[in-house]
Ligand binder design. Structure first.
Ligand code: SR1
Ligand code: MG
Length: 423
């Protein structure tokens, strides 16, 4: 990872220029082959922010991911810090250490040119694409629940040495530009007529206006935003949705942690569960004669199993790896008060759950009323049908934000989701 760093000012790569520009990068030559004239390069990025190239050569293939200094979806008028690649690289390193095998392997990082050379996840598709196609991935909950538990627990004061965690907190505080995107696009813009917002119109006009006039809802979203901004609990992925997960039937990898920062544990949990519920609400948009009923049952089971596998692994870590400054064993187990530790664990999970429900509700609003939408709804061709799916989602989201402290279990939340989906 220490070979050639590119000097000179940042320049965006192109498929044509990549072999000549990066032909000297040892990590690329080792994996793709040293005969660069035989490299086949394709740009495949379909996200909002970056260029993604697949480089195939005689020896194999790798991915080169490069940041652009602007927001791809909006054009060059919206500048974005290239430094996010540094934070993505740092986050990938930590996630691999804390949850081995769950993220793509990193082979090289170039800070100035803002690119990372990483494992090509050949044969994988985004989880979002699979869910839209009605595919049921058997391993998803059992892989993702523990991923979240391990990364969130092991990046927190429950586990890390205090000085190390504080240094990390300071490091990731530098990712303020990307936090700022979330603070605006996720937590504020959906709740007023902001310049970049859009929604399915005119069908959702009335509901959008009524949510934006709902003082209680707005106040609760700002309480959740306060938690996002101030609760530096652990290193979160920061953008954990079904488009940030790559899958095959037998494997799951989490990608794209460029929004990583020290925030509330519940943020990753809530945004991900919220995305699964959005997938649920979108299924009627693809249904032909009840064809997605089984898919809906599957998605509800995934939500329940993600939460269960998250709690199981988090509890195991709590009992076996609680070595940080918080809830120290000297206060509990060492005083023959294992029960006290268990009660504190239950309260911790309870508070993650409540907050996660709130974040899930907000992510639903932002994906339907804000700037960056989900393909799950966008690909529903019939606009009336799409609006119907979106409307149920928006109403469910509101209920989650306002009633999060009253929803006692994942089963209760799933039952509510089903009721809204049938409404
Ligand atoms: C300006 S970035 C818009 C959205 O795309 C990313 O994937 C994040 O979800 C962000 O909110
Ligand atoms: Mg992303």
């Amino acid at each position: 990872m220490t070979d050639m760093q590119h000097s000179g000012p940042f320049e965006a790569l192109t498929a044509e220029a990549l072999p000549a520009r990066l032909g000297g990068v040892a990590a690329l030559r080792e994996r793709a082959g040293s005969d660069i004239s035989r490299w086949n390069v394709r740009e495949v990025g379909d996200g909002n922010l970056n260029l993604v190239f697949i480089v195939k050569g005689d020896r194999g293939s790798v991915v080169v991911k490069q940041a652009l200094p602007y927001f791809r979806l909006a054009g060059e008028s919206w500048p974005l810090s290239l430094r996010r690649t540094f934070f993505e690289y740092q986050a990938l390193m930590r996630q691999e250490k804390r949850a081995p095998g769950t993220v793509p392997a990193v082979f090289h990082f170039d800070e100035r040119q803002a690119f990372i050379v990483m494992e090509h996840l050949e044969g994988y598709v985004t989880l979002r694409k699979a869910l839209i196609a009605g595919q049921q991935l058997p391993r998803i909950a059992e892989d993702i629940g523990p991923f979240m538990a391990r990364t969130l627990f092991r990046g927190s004061d429950l586990y890390m040495a205090a000085h190390e965690r504080k240094a990390d907190l300071a490091l990731f505080a530098g990712n303020a530009d990307l936090c700022n995107i979330t603070e605006n696009l996720v937590f504020s813009d959906p709740y007023f007529v902001a310049p970049h917002n859009r929604h399915t119109a005119p069908q959702l006009d009335c509901l959008a206006a009524s949510l934006r006039a709902d003082s209680k809802l707005k106040a609760e979203t700002q309480r959740l935003k306060q938690s996002f901004v101030t609760k530096a609990e652990t290193l979160v992925h920061g953008d954990l949705h079904t488009g940030s997960i790559m899958v095959t039937a037998g494997s799951t990898k989490v990608i794209d942690p460029e929004f990583a920062f020290y925030g509330p544990m519940a943020f990753d949990v809530g945004t991900l569960i919220g995305d699964f519920w959005m997938s649920l609400f979108s299924q009627r948009g693809y249904e032909q004669g009840g064809s997605r009923a089984d898919m809906r049952r599957y998605l509800l089971a995934v939500v329940a199993n993600i939460w269960a596998s998250f709690c199981n692994e988090f509890s195991r870590l709590w009992h076996e790896e609680r070595s940080g400054v918080l809830f120290h064993r000297s206060l509990f187990e060492d005083q023959r008060d294992a029960q006290g530790a268990d009660e504190a664990l239950d309260q911790t999970l309870r508070s993650i759950w409540e907050e996660a429900l709130g974040f899930a509700g907000i992510t639903m609003h932002r994906r339907i009323l804000g700037l960056a939408h989900n393909a799950d709804f966008e690909l529903i061709e019939d606009r009336d049908l799409r609006a119907q799916c979106e409307e149920r989602t928006l109403r469910f989201g509101r209920d989650l934000v306002l009633n999060r402290t009253r929803i006692q279990s994942v089963d209760q939340a799933n039952t509510l989701a089903e009721e809204f989906d049938r409404s």
